[in-house]
Design a protein around this ligand. Structure first.
Ligand code: ADP
Length: 190
């Protein structure tokens, strides 16, 4: 199985690009954000716990998302691999992922990182708010916190994967098609 990680700040276009990537390479898209929003919509206990954290721009506890990922790995069949979107988001999650995969002597295939500057993060999220109506896109304070959380907790993973020689970065400021072509050129190597 191949394990691709789609990395980048909120609003970088991960969700948009993920759709094309999973189709071309027959991967299963696992978005922890989407899985959490489903739990919230269903009104589950987990969803209730996650909602206040997500609305504040904070992260939900590592164990929650790690459990979600492991259960997807166990149950999904008939694909060439997985595209992880929004996971790992902390050093502890990255280590947990390595441990999970090592049980079956597997490892992360590659990290595809889409990068955009902070000003563009705000613009893109504002634009998305007017289309999708996500609660965590609506308030400036929440967006500011998400950007802070990204730089503080998630960005250090760049070094983690660079050290392993698994990190590639793509400029996410172009059009959807331009970014997609760059991603495909990269993924064709694996
Ligand atoms: P975006 O990439 O636009 O920030 P996501 O849809 O990936 O949004 O995630 C929305 C929110 O869900 C995050 O701000 C966070 O609170 C929570 N979340 C998603 N993935 C994780 C994760 N791996 N660890 C902890 N919290 C997460």
């Amino acid at each position: 199985m191949k394990y691709f990680i789609l990395f980048g700040p909120p609003g970088a276009g991960k969700g948009t690009q993920a759709t094309a990537m999973v189709e071309k390479y027959n991967l299963r898209h696992i978005s922890t954000g989407e899985l959490l929003r489903k739990e919230i919509a269903a009104g589950s206990e987990l969803g209730l716990k996650a909602k206040s954290l997500i609305d504040a721009g904070a992260l939900v506890p590592d164990e929650i998302v790690e459990g979600m990922i492991e259960s997807e790995f166990r149950t999904v069949k008939g694909v060439n691999g997985f595209l992880l979107d929004g996971f790992p988001r902390t050093a502890a999650q990255a280590e947990a992922l390595d441990k999970m995969l090592s049980k079956t002597s597997e490892e992360v295939t590659s990290v595809v990182s889409i990068m955009i500057p902070d000003e563009m993060i705000r613009e893109r999220i504002k634009h998305r708010a007017s289309i999708e109506g996500r609660a965590d896109d609506a308030s400036d304070e929440t967006i500011t916190n998400r950007i802070k959380t990204y730089h503080g907790k998630t960005e250090p993973l760049v070094e983690y994967y660079k050290k392993k020689g698994k990190y590639s970065e793509i400029d996410g400021t172009g059009t959807i098609e331009e970014v997609r072509e760059k991603i495909f050129a990269l993924m064709d190597r694996f």
